[in-house]
Write a protein that binds this ligand. Sequence first.
Ligand code: SAH
Ligand code: DHB
Ligand code: MG
Length: 223
Amino acid sequence: MDQHIFTAVDEFVGATLLDEDEALRGAVEAAEVAGLPSIQVSPPQGKLLQLLVRLVGAKRILEFGTLGGYSAILMARALPADGRLITLEAKPEYAEVARGSIDRAGVGDRVEIRVGLALEALPVLAEEEAGPFDLVFIDADKVNTPNYFDWALDRTRAGGLIIADNVVRGGTLGDGADPDEATVAQRRLHEELRGDPRVSATTIQTVGVKGYDGFLIALVEGA
Ligand code: SAH
Ligand code: DHB
Ligand code: MG
């Protein structure tokens, strides 16, 4: 079992169950042309995000880490017409690519991109009383995933979801001796959630076109 099989399966799933249109392919291509790293969610993962948006009946979404707008387009398309997605991106040049792709995908009116470090955007969002959110997708700088999660937890409604990408990190999540600070952060997040009555969570390991990783899904419990 190795990478070419993981990729072939993602391609088969893409050809059978997914419905990537010209605008989505265009978003990936625009990112590639502009030299953005190809680290967007895989098409099957993106479809899962869409299903989750629909399952929770999300109207307000917060995303950490826009990149070229691929996951934002998918989630925004799963929103009702009056739904809104705010996405946070540190790099202005990435945000500009994302803006174009999001607009071309027909969801420009539902998506707001905030440029700057997410940790600096959060007090502004709090000040504006943005939220409560129905779904939060954490996919920016991995060392801050626990910090973003903490913030999101106070601002996600009961029954809402917080999803964190890239928590498994090639399996290093299972290694308490791994010194990588991004891994240490994901382990800390899991430890912090141990016995926390405010959420019920799990982590699912994934293989696919992006290799071996995984995401944490947390359901926010009622008060
Ligand atoms: N969610 C995207 C992929 C995001 S990749 C998708 O699936 O399509 C991670 C992104 O987080 C990158 O664009 C990176 O520039 C951004 N990022 C990194 N550190 C950040 C920070 N401190 N604040 C906001 N964005 C950050
Ligand atoms: C990286 C970031 C991601 O969000 C991802 O899904 C994969 C890789 C990265 O920064 O390398
Ligand atoms: Mg990611």
